[in-house]
Design a protein around this ligand. Sequence first.
Ligand code: GLN
Length: 237
Amino acid sequence: MADVVRIGLVLPDVMGTYGDGGNAVVLRQRLHLRGIAAEIVAITLADPVPESLDLYTLGGAEDYAQRLATKHLLRHPGLQRAAARGAPVLAICAAIQVLGHWYETSAGERVDGVGLLDVTTSPQESRSIGEVASTPLPEGLTEPLTGFENHRGGTVLGSAARPLAAVTKGAGNRAGDGYDGAVQGSVVATYLHGPCLARNPQLADHLLAQVVGPLAPLDLPEVTLLRRERLAAPRRV
Ligand code: GLN
């Protein structure tokens, strides 16, 4: 790792609904608060995707925008190379679909994905909308996850991908399946907006620790308050 941790914000011009770009800001801020230098590198449709960054975040998107992103990531495979050497990748909502084998848009068109995740996505009968709470499954993640979802696509995992969490409120990957997200290699994907890492600091530190090593705890009362409020929030549609 270089002196400055470099956080890739991948295609914020087309992927970043509901403030998902805030995940990169949270990662940078949690490093700054511990005295570790960090910067966000925004990669737009005008840039090739660099493979040298320390970690990467991708946000949600509307169907058309996520198609543009998919084509760009396939044309410039820096993210795939970075993931292959173990760089952490956080993928939110549309990004779990984009990183899969393929997804079908709400209009029924099938688009080839990036293939980093053993998942496929097809439209559900109705959109999944509202607050989500879940119990994370990977070792080291002990705090419930909170976020909100808004997606038509329903994602099914193959055997190489493990779910990120068991849903206790909301739909997650596909209504009725009971799980949210996918973990495969260094990729962590979830349907949770929020931004996800603003609501789930333990997940943020879990990703950062893979880059900088174990981190001292951070006590941020406003985050504790936000979590308490959101975990108690009813699901409204
Ligand atoms: N367009 C995708 C869907 O509806 C993802 C939406 C999102 O990222 N919020 O399934």
